[in-house]
Design a protein around this ligand. Structure first.
Ligand code: TEU
Length: 581
């Protein structure tokens, strides 16, 4: 069955788009309170135009107690006063549109804040009409109804004294999960979406949207050794009714609406097979998924803070398998960073001075050459690095704070916990945007809510805009290529040398052209035989000043962190560069 929706004026406009994620509290502060705001964003739109992105996604700006930096919403139809007002939002939206860009809101509806009026009502009595809007259960044998753990440590159940029941919260106790089985909840969410679309926004990034349908009976999760609670992925990832709920949402919200919208499903734990279902246009669910497999390859058995180091082959294989799985049907986003991930140059690159810029450009190159919609997270285009965290007090994020406290309480290894946090803490991504070498990196005239990375004196936007060879300039080129080069959208993806622990290489092919994307993801120089068919290819993009303009004779000498894109037309697309397989 083909579902015909009104919301596809240009069915594939987002396939050639590049999305820029703003984390508003850390982007730009216009009133000196140390907290980024809408006024700050408004003064920096020219910067985004210069970078070349055409869609902006704002992390949540709604009223919120800020237990999880706005991912705990207490009113879906207003702006948190810390960020501004609805009038300022309307002005910002008009300005974004005036500059030819689109604006996407963050829709966080797996859960609300416990201070949202819905939950306040729900917890007021077992008989309140909103009781069933959340997931309430009796105690079993005097304890939690199952062993489900929260993403932020401890149980996923919180006891409510007043009504003698537990409520479910997959994240913080201040983020109770909504009960999507209740049709009133689904309708309420749809109404919120319509309200924002009527205001003029261009779509939604939907937070953990593949968690909204919990399995029947919510059975125990497989236990983890020595832990009372485990995050029960199998209990809520891609649950029994999720496809039905999303199809209903899309039909109700976008049906009959005319406009170029975009919907992005944030989906931790989703498999490529599920992603294909979510994004098959014939099913009318979502435009693209935002998945997490490739940013989980360095997690150890005990989770993300059990950091096990970079394994380039595993990283390549993960991204490549998603390229293959969505080759015919479906669409993926491409990203290294968001507000939850450590900085990519410090994680999969090399942030020592000598290779800092080259490795950031190389990683950007291999990602932006793939099929999917690239997302750039604020500061990534400058190769901002992880923060030099030392003491527990440096971390503000609830995930980090709870994790550390749990380790201390259980007598665990505090030094190892701090090392894991320094590498993987979400605050690495949340330090203020580095605009210039002035006080607080030009982010605020006040006291920033989170410390500025001390490297802002040399690592900042002003310095890179003035340098035609900067990481920023490299991102500008990659973004322009995405907009201009159809092969980046449509070209068939073919991996090369997948087992090589240092070289990342693949081709993109159409019947009339082909691209070779190749990067040396290490410090040692390498010589790579690429095959005679590439001899006449043009160098479209390189990240080092002395890269040869064409391949000659057929071997590439790649310096440390050397990355190139070669382009050739009228090649027989069935021929692979023979020596690379
Ligand atoms: O994150 C979903 C999510 O599961 C992770 O990326 C999460 O940050 C990580 O697993 C924790 O270890 C989304 C938001 O992006 C994140 O900021 C929120 O905290 C979370 O949902 C809850 O709304």
């Amino acid at each position: 069955m083909t579902v015909t929706l009104g919301h596809r004026r240009d069915a594939a406009w987002w396939k050639s788009a590049v999305v820029y994620q703003i984390y508003p509290r850390s982007f730009a502060d216009s009133n000196g309170d140390g907290f980024g705001d809408l006024g700050g964003i408004s003064t920096r739109l020219d910067y985004l135009r210069m970078l070349g992105v055409n869609v902006i996604w704002l992390s949540p700006i709604y009223p919120s107690p800020q237990a999880d930096n706005g991912y705990d919403i207490s009113d879906y139809r207003d702006i948190d006063p810390r960020f501004g007002t609805l009038a300022e939002f309307d002005a910002l939206l008009a300005k974004v549109h005036g500059l030819g860009m689109k604006l996407v809101m963050d829709l966080v509806v797996n859960h609300t804040s416990d201070e949202h009026p819905w939950f306040v009502e729900s917890r007021s009595s077992r008989h309140n009409p909103k009781r069933d809007w959340y997931i309430w259960r009796d105690a079993v044998d005097g304890v939690e109804p199952n062993n489900w753990g929260s993403f932020f440590s401890g149980s996923a159940w919180e006891w409510d004294e007043a009504t003698d029941q537990y409520y479910l919260h997959l994240f913080d106790r201040k983020q109770p999960d909504l009960n999507w089985r209740n049709p009133q909840v689904r309708k309420a969410v749809q109404d919120i979406m319509v309200w924002w679309l009527d205001r003029g926004v261009d779509g939604f990034r939907m937070d953990v949207i593949n968690f909204i349908s919990k399995v029947d009976g919510m059975p125990d999760a497989p236990a983890i050794d020595g832990q009372r609670f485990s995050v029960a992925f199998e209990g809520f990832v891609d649950g029994p009714h999720v496809h039905e709920y999303l199809a209903e949402m899309t039909r109700e919200v976008f049906g009959g609406r005319d406009g170029d919208y975009i919907t992005v499903g944030e989906m931790p734990g989703a498999s490529p097979e599920q992603a294909r279902l979510y994004t098959d246009p014939a099913r009318g669910e979502l435009d693209m998924v935002f998945q997490f497999e490739h940013v989980s390859v360095d997690h150890g058995p005990a989770g993300k803070f059990d950091y096990v180091g970079r394994d380039l082959v595993a990283l390549k294989k993960s991204l490549h398998r998603w390229q293959a799985a969505l080759a015919e049907t479906g669409w993926n986003s491409l990203y290294w960073n968001n507000h939850d991930q450590p900085r990519v140059v410090s994680r999969f690159g090399d942030d020592d001075a000598k290779y800092w810029a080259a490795s950031a450009k190389a990683l950007a190159t291999v990602l932006h050459g793939m099929r999917g919609t690239p997302f750039v997270y604020q500061g990534e285009e400058l190769a901002m690095t992880n923060y030099p965290f030392r003491i527990p007090h440096d971390h503000k994020d609830i995930e980090a704070v709870n994790f550390y406290d749990t380790v201390v309480e259980s007598g665990g290894d505090e030094a190892a916990a701090l090392a894991g946090l320094a590498k993987m803490s979400r605050d690495n991504a949340r330090t203020p945007m580095q605009w210039d070498d002035g006080p607080n990196a030009g982010f605020t005239s006040g006291n920033p809510w989170l410390s500025v990375n001390p490297n802002y004196t040399w690592l900042n936007a002003a310095a890179q805009i003035a340098d035609t060879d900067s990481v920023f300039a490299h991102y500008q080129t990659l973004i322009r290529l995405r907009h201009d080069l159809p092969i980046l959208i449509d070209g068939e993806f073919a991996p090369l040398m997948e087992g090589d622990p240092q070289i990342w290489a693949y081709t993109r092919n159409t019947s009339t052209a082909k691209l070779l994307v190749i990067a040396n993801c290490g410090r040692e120089a390498r010589t790579v035989e690429v095959g005679r068919e590439w001899i006449a290819a043009d160098l479209l993009l390189g990240n080092l000043p002395d890269a040869p303009a064409a391949i000659s004779p057929s071997a590439l000498e790649l310096a440390g962190w050397d990355a190139r894109i070669y382009y050739a037309t009228a090649l027989d697309s069935s021929r692979r560069p023979s020596n690379l397989n």
